[in-house]
Design a protein around this ligand. Structure first.
Ligand SMILES: [Zn+2]
Length: 164
């Protein structure tokens, strides 16, 4: 296990032959419900690309050109998603060619865009904070900024306010 791996809890049916669905849920006696086992498994966090993202769409399309360009140079190669490096709302998606092992980074914001700063600044300006944002982004299924990063960015906001 590396420091980038994460422990996840997996629920496993002990009797997988019993199937519960909407049709038979009410008619199956409780004693026939399958037993559940709780297993701890280790999964690499960076391959966990799920949910939604907020993207700068024109920038993302420009970035996708990198993948098409590689396809022209490496005709047998197929770029597959390898990992995601997240920094708040700013991510770098790393794709890796199955043939030549070349890696290509795809981002969905220009580096100079300060999406993390903009978010912290704007959410504070409407009188909300970390928890309210967390709830909203959870509903939208968008990975949220960590509390540590939020505090760091928030401190930058205070420095700017104090400077004016
Ligand atoms: Zn290739």
């Amino acid at each position: 296990m590396t420091n980038k791996d994460v422990q996840i809890i997996k629920l496993v049916y002990r009797q997988p032959n019993i199937r519960l669905d909407r049709q038979n849920y009410g008619s199956v006696p409780e004693e026939h419900f399958p037993e559940l086992d709780v297993k701890r498994v280790t999964a690499p966090v960076e391959t966990n690309m799920t949910g939604n993202r907020i993207v700068n769409i024109s920038f993302l399309f420009d970035q996708m050109e990198k993948l098409f360009t590689h396809k022209q140079q490496c005709t047998m190669g197929k770029m597959k998603f390898f990992k995601e490096n997240r920094n708040g709302f700013h991510s770098v998606f790393v794709f890796k060619c199955e043939t030549c092992d070349r890696k290509i980074n795809i981002t969905y914001y220009p580096v100079e865009d300060s999406i993390n700063f903009d978010f912290v600044w704007r959410i504070s300006s409407i009188g909300a904070g970390y928890s309210q944002g967390e709830e909203l982004f959870s509903v939208l299924n968008i990975p949220y900024i960590t509390k540590k990063r939020y505090k760091k960015v928030n401190n930058t906001c205070y420095v700017l306010i104090a400077g004016n």
